[in-house]
Design a protein around this ligand. Sequence first.
Ligand code: C5P
Length: 246
Amino acid sequence: MPDTRERLIVALDVPNAPEARNIVAMVGDSAQIFKVGKQLFTAEGPQVVRDLVASGRDVFLDLKFHDIPNTVAAAVSQAAKLRVRMLTVHASGGLRMLKAAVAAADSNSAVAPSRRPLILAVTVLTSLNDEDLPEIGVSGRVLDQALRLADLARTAGCDGIVTSAREVRELRRELGPGFIIVTPGIRPAGTAQRNDDQERAATPAEAIAAGASHIVVGRPITAAPDPAAAARRILDEIASACPVPA
Ligand code: C5P
């Protein structure tokens, strides 16, 4: 039985390192991978990542790089040096940018391949819906765009994608097994928080059953009275949805 903790990513969406440390301590051994996003990274810089890695945690660096290929490659190199486990880039940066990110991860990990960060491409932001796409010059539905960008990411050699729960089933069918699909917008079964800002929320079991390899969960764990217990309940939901590895 695979470690279900490998499939849960806890989002540290807090404004400073002490709050992040507090959450990590409260979660304890109930989670292994922690997401550092733009808020915490902008406030505290790379030291917050170094501290997590030094304490034996895995870091998902969610800075969604989107720039010219050379700049993204340089940023990925720095992230690899921080020994993050996974990081995000925007698939809409295009094939050359994605390939540059993958190449930078490869070259910075030549000495220790096990430390190569996984490159995950964000398809369509979960905040966008079908009506928003024409405004940014995209025709078709969110699902079409997510499929197009997922295909681009795979062609570029990325390790996986980030996509909303709503598109997971079709994307898994299209991409087959083995490609990482990370899904945010998760609300555990029976939670009172289902209507935060999670228009397209799914339960952990729904997301995993639909084909997500990993789920990102923030407030249902970090704002819970007992974050460790909340995380363990989610691990149970993951296990019940998928007894076999994705
Ligand atoms: O809502 P929650 O606190 O679980 O969010 C955790 C993370 O999931 C956030 O850091 C955000 O990046 C991501 N998220 C998302 N789309 C949503 C909700 C959250 O991408 N609809």
